[in-house]
Every structure is written in C-alpha cells, then in structure tokens.
Ligand binder design. Structure first.
Ligand SMILES: NC(=O)c1ccc[n+]([C@@H]2O[C@H](COP(=O)([O-])OP(=O)(O)OC[C@H]3O[C@@H](n4cnc5c(N)ncnc54)[C@H](O)[C@@H]3O)[C@@H](O)[C@H]2O)c1
Length: 275
C-alpha cells in the first residue's frame, strides 16, 4: 500500500499501459482519476473499480481540459502523482512526405500534452510540498526503426523535457521521471486501422505473435510490466531519483538481433564456415 492516502491522475488510462497503471496504483492504495477521450472504456473501468478509480473525460491536446483536470484532482483533496501517458501513433509518413498539420497534431498529442500536464500539475503539487510525475516515452526516442518519424521525435522530446522539468522542479520537491516502454501488446498498433470483429482479432493476434519474438526476453511485453516501473518511480522507493528514465523493453535495445537471436547468426559466426 505504497500509495495509501495519495491521489493520482493517469492520462490515457482507459486502455493499455495507462489502464494497467491506474489499476496498479489503485491496488496499492491510491485514489486514481483516469483521464481519457474514450468515455465508454473509462466509465467501465471506473464502474468496475469499486470507487477506487474515477473517470474524467479529457482531451490532452486541449490545454484548458488538462488545466481543469489537474484543478479537479487538487480540489478532490490534493494531487500527488501524475502519469502523463495518453498517446497514439500519430503521423505515419517519413520526413519527406510529412504534412505540416499532421506533424503539429502529433506533437500536440505526444509532447505538448506532457509539457502542459507538468505545467498545470506542478504549481498544485508545489503548494502541497511536492509530488511525483512520470511521463511515457518510448524506445523510439533512442533510435530509428521502432515507430514513425513524428512519433519518435516527440518521444525524444518527452525524454529531454523530463530531464529539464526535473531540474526546474527539484527545489519544489517534485520529481519528474520517464518510463521507456519497448514493444508492449496494447490496442495502439491496430486502433488506427478502424477494423472490428474478426479482422481486428486477426491483426491483434499478429501483433501478439510479433511481440513475443521481438526482443531477447522470449515473451511479449505486457502493460503490467510498465505499470510496475511507473509505480516504482511514483513511490517513495524512488525518492532520490529524478530527471531520468527506466527502460522496460525486454532487452529490445541491447544491440543487434544477431547478438541474442541464435536464428540470426552474426557475420563473425558466418565467417567460421570459411575455416
Ligand atoms: N504499446 C507500446 O508498445 C508502446 C511503446 C512505447 C510507448 N508507448 C506509449 O504508451 C502510451 C500508452 O499507449 P498504449 O500502448 O497503452 O496504447 P492504448 O491505445 O492502449 O492507450 C492509449 C490511450 O490514450 C488515449 N488517448 C488517445 N488520445 C488521447 C487524447 N487526445 N486525450 C486523452 N486520451 C487520449 C486512448 O483513448 C487510449 O485509452 C502512449 O503514449 C504510447 O505512445 C506504447
């Protein structure tokens, strides 16, 4: 019960990583406000939570809605923890085909939303003597090939923002950290395809199969894997940790595939055939 008496806001909490984190924080004693544009899933989660989770319809691309969300949490008895997590894939085009509007929309959803989440939470936390903020970045912040261009750039911004904001807010006893998920099986990969029923199940099944084989640890990444790291960063166990991130990727970014997958021999192994 690391969060007994604490109040947490989780954006994008109606699904996937946010949902698992809302449940984890609530399981450990927190009162949680889930903020999301998916009213149906958000309300269902709240209804099933036995009063531990409340839902507030919030679009994180809107500054006024983020400000109202943080104010509402504070008014409910004080804001201790914020998980800036809402997101989607964004613009899919490579850099030479990007539309300026799609770029702006992606940055608004994935980077500006995090900046504003911190912006509107921090003064309220400071008044209470401190708090903990965790932001969702991505392995795509670390290199090419994991996600589209605009998304990857926004997530790199989230990592840097995490560090700079931690410096700005340390004196106010507010810690700011990020979690860096690898390949985690959630609806994010197929949501934008706008398919339902058997087609959706097929696509989700393909993702689940790929996720199990994508990294050295031979199983798919789960939302609960990320929730555990977020709960740690949000807790007093991490009270001397700020301005950094935890990589939760099953080893995805360790190195080349040949370094860990026996089915993909390295060039050095292949050269042995010439002996
Ligand atoms: N799944 C992965 O492999 C993975 C990897 C790295 C990073 N991430 C990041 O994790 C975060 C959560 O994604 P997920 O995988 O759980 O996906 P998900 O689709 O399961 O959940 C995302 C949630 O964000 C909500 N959302 C989308 N736009 C919103 C908006 N404008 N305002 C409020 N809520 C909004 C959605 O309704 C949904 O409930 C995202 O920031 C994503 O970029 C995911």
């Amino acid at each position: 019960m690391r969060f007994a008496g604490k109040r947490a806001v989780v954006t994008g909490g109606a699904s996937g990583i946010g949902r698992a984190t809302a449940l984890r924080l609530a399981d450990e004693g927190a009162s949680v406000i889930v903020a999301d544009i998916d009213g149906e899933a958000g309300a269902a989660l709240a209804a099933a939570s036995g009063g531990r989770i409340a839902f507030r319809h919030t679009d994180v691309t809107r500054a006024d809605e983020i400000e109202a969300l943080m104010q509402a949490a504070d008014a409910a008895g004080g804001l201790d923890i914020v998980f800036n997590n809402a997101g989607a894939g964004g613009a899919r085009e490579p850099i030479d085909q990007l539309s300026p509007d799609d770029w702006d929309r992606t940055m608004a959803l994935l980077l500006r939303s995090v900046a504003l989440g911190i912006r509107y939470a921090a003064p309220l936390m400071a008044r209470r003597g401190g708090g903990a903020i965790v932001n969702t970045a991505s392995v795509s912040a670390l290199g090419a090939g994991y996600a589209p261009t605009a998304y990857s750039t926004a997530k790199a911004g989230v990592l840097h923002l995490t560090k700079i904001a931690a410096a700005d807010l340390a004196a106010a006893h507010i810690r700011v950290n990020a979690v860096v998920p690898g390949f985690i099986t959630t609806a994010i990969f197929t949501r934008h395809l706008d398919i339902e029923g058997a087609r959706r199940e097929q696509a989700d099944g393909m993702i689940a199969g790929a996720a199990a084989k994508a990294q050295p640890i031979p199983r798919a990444g789960r939302p609960e894997d990320i929730a555990a790291a977020v709960a740690f960063l949000a807790s007093e166990d991490a009270s001397f940790i700020t301005g950094t991130h935890i990589l939760v990727d099953g080893g995805l970014t360790i190195g080349t595939r040949a370094s860990w997958d026996p089915a993909v021999p390295s060039m050095l192994t292949a050269l042995e055939a010439f002996r």
